[in-house]
Design a protein around this ligand. Sequence first.
Ligand code: 5GP
Ligand code: ZN
Length: 113
Amino acid sequence: MDCIFCKIVAGTIPAKKVFESDQVLAFEDIAKVAPVHVLVIPKRHIESVLDLSPQDAELLAALQTGITSVAQQTGVAGTGFRVVSNCGASAGQSVFHLHYHVIGGRELALSLG
Ligand code: 5GP
Ligand code: ZN
């Protein structure tokens, strides 16, 4: 499969890992928009949040555990941070492997658009 994040999971493309569990990987975004900008992804290829189903409840819990761990490890748990998942073209999704951006380390604009 020609998916950049699957290649990061497989280890064929390097990434700065921040957190790893059985089902989840977190690594630094290659083009940070803030001092802390980490992507939390399922190791299994899932295109977007629309492709999650009730069968993925355990995976969703594991993703949340990853987000919490990243926030604690990077220090933004104490200062505040944002969790964003872009879904589809109008939202600007550019990698079609589900990922949650964890962004913080500076004051963030209030606008989401
Ligand atoms: P999206 O635009 O789909 O919400 O987010 C994709 C993110 O993946 C972007 O912030 C982009 O900088 C990041 N990204 C794209 N290619 C790579 C890569 O090869 N390595 C890493 N670490 N991040 C990447
Ligand atoms: Zn993938």
